[in-house]
Design a protein. Structure first.
Length: 535
């Protein structure tokens, strides 16, 4: 007998899905077995109703003060902590990520911290970049989009990137927008739990209950229709490159903004002097970074580039021994196992050699051997696409270049990435080579690191989690860090000779908070307009 389908959240209430296109179960990655609850694949009827309700809510949110939105975000963070045990248990069951320290001590605090940072940015209001030209009486600011933000969440961060509570959600809401959350089918129960908490907090704080709509799954065709719908303000997507590119094409044909975070190889250059100084230490750091979360981080280093010499051979041998260890975690789904196997096969067909691992493992759950591959710089240059598709899991490719010219050519051949790291000698021996490759590498990534692996993203205002295409959809935006991440979900609005009482509070002569920064007649100031012009 089929179990009853879990309800969707539409127009501020839980209700059965209308005319569902199918059903699915979450799977426990540690056992490979279906979990009991059954979830609907929504029809476009659900989505249409959600979009209409969200558009109505967008206008209701416009009438609220940023303080009201900030109060909701702070309350939401508090309620999440009150139900931490339940949340961690649900996420652990659906992802097999360790309950401790990963979920409870790392990802959950990051989730609530993001919400508090978003609340602070909304309350401060400086994020809107209020700009006033007194002489011409032209004023502008960033404000809400006037339509919902659609969020597609990834499978590897069930809390901090969840569509109903993660960084995209926090940024969209802090900027004054409603959200249509599409749960990841790998953790639908966790997302439902967050949506329940959200709905309760909306009612507690007096915000429109339809600020969040949530469905579990869609057909690919309905996903394309959703991101290109006239009501949609913008879309945020984190996931695979094929899915992201399909959504990007549909959204852009309709003139709808979409912000993507897709796969990346995140190259690490280890220069000769660094290998001489501390090759074994760097190898250990690299393996720890590659194997963190069973290699299922979007910032995992998938390419390691060295110059061929005796120190590089020692580095290779040390790496091989590290990667020969048994895997320490589970992959998130059968699809991840298949994708990793396909990536390894693609690289070996293109001439890479397997130094360690390379095979999926039998037995319960989804597992794959730690995998280290090797190729030459010459071969990577001959087949750059084959070696730069993400291998999601504990797998990396060692690229050995014959000389500095070849290393420079490899750097030039790199696609856009989220990050890149350069390890160099502390005594300055590598500085000439650093100065040669850094200017090229800087244009290829959103975040450049020195002597540090890219996994581990601090949620601070200066962080950039984005980069050039195809790692992301636009090089000018970040998915992490407040207030910068909010600008993805904002429209720039101009008021030309508008009467004072008709202006938004941020653009009136008096500073609405007394502390927000505004650009008045070319000077950044916190003062009222009369005070600023009398300086």
């Amino acid at each position: 007998m089929l179990s009853e389908l879990q309800p969707v959240l539409v127009d501020g209430a839980w209700r059965p899905a209308r005319s569902p296109r199918g059903r699915f179960h979450a799977v426990n990655p540690a056992t490979g077995e279906d979990l009991p609850d059954s979830y609907p694949t929504s029809s476009f009827e659900d989505l249409e109703e959600a979009l209409v309700a969200a558009r109505r809510t967008a206008f209701e949110l416009e009438a609220l003060s940023p303080d009201a939105i900030a109060s909701f975000l702070d309350r939401f963070a508090e309620r999440i902590l009150e139900r931490a045990d339940e949340i961690v248990a649900a996420a652990h069951l659906e992802t097999a990520l360790p309950a401790e320290p990963r979920l409870r001590l790392t990802e959950l605090p990051r989730t609530t911290n993001q919400l508090h940072q978003a609340a602070a940015a909304a309350r401060d209001r400086s994020w809107c970049r209020a700009t006033i030209d007194e002489k011409l009486n032209i004023r502008s600011k960033y404000g809400p989009l006037g339509g919902p933000v659609v969020i597609f969440s990834p499978n590897n961060f069930p809390l901090a990137f969840n569509s109903a509570t993660g960084g995209d959600f926090a940024a969209a809401v802090a900027a004054g927008n409603p959200v249509v959350a599409k749960a990841h089918p790998g953790h639908p129960g966790t997302t439902k739990l967050f949506a329940e908490i959200t709905l309760g907090c909306l009612k507690e704080t007096g915000l429109p209950p339809a600020m969040l709509q949530m469905v579990y799954h869609l057909t690919p065709e309905d996903g394309l229709k959703l991101v290109s719908h006239p009501i949609v303000g913008a879309t945020a997507f984190t996931g695979s490159r094929p899915a992201g590119l399909g959504l990007k094409a549909a959204a852009e044909r309709a003139g709808k903004p979409i912000y993507l975070e897709m796969s990346a190889s995140n190259p690490v250059f280890v220069l000769p002097g660094a290998l001489r100084e501390r090759g074994s230490e760097i190898a250990s750091e690299l393996f720890a970074s590659c194997s963190l979360g069973a290699g299922q981080f979007c910032t995992k280093p998938g390419l390691v580039i060295v110059l061929r010499d005796a120190r590089a051979r020692e580095f290779e041998n040390t790496l091989r021994k590290l990667f020969e260890q048994p895997p320490s975690g589970f992959l998130l789904s059968r699809t991840v196992v298949e994708g990793l196997r396909s990536a390894v096969d693609r690289m070996t067909r293109s001439g890479a050699n397997v130094l360690a691992g390379g095979r999926s493992l039998e037995g319960p759950g989804f597992r794959f051997e730690n995998t280290l591959l090797k190729t030459s710089g010459k071969r990577l240059l001959a087949h750059p696409a084959a070696f730069q598709n993400e291998a999601f899991g504990t797998a990396t490719l060692l690229v050995c270049c014959e000389n500095t010219n070849e290393m420079g050519d490899v750097c030039t051949a790199l696609e856009g990435n989220l990050s890149a790291s350069i390890y160099s000698a502390r005594n300055g021996d590598d500085d000439p080579l650093y100065r040669r490759i850094e200017p090229v590498l800087r244009t290829k990534v959103g975040r450049l690191l020195n002597d540090k692996m890219p996994t581990g993203i601090a949620v601070v205002p200066s962080m950039v989690h984005g980069g050039p295409f195809p790692a992301a959809g636009h090089p000018g935006f970040t998915a992490v860090g407040f207030p910068a991440s909010m600008l993805r979900f904002a429209a720039l609005r101009c008021y030309d000779n508008v009467r004072p009482d008709r202006l938004p509070p941020e653009l009136r002569d008096r500073n609405p908070t007394g502390t927000m920064w505004r650009l008045i007649n070319g000077d950044w100031t916190k003062r009222d307009l009369s005070s600023a012009t009398s300086e």
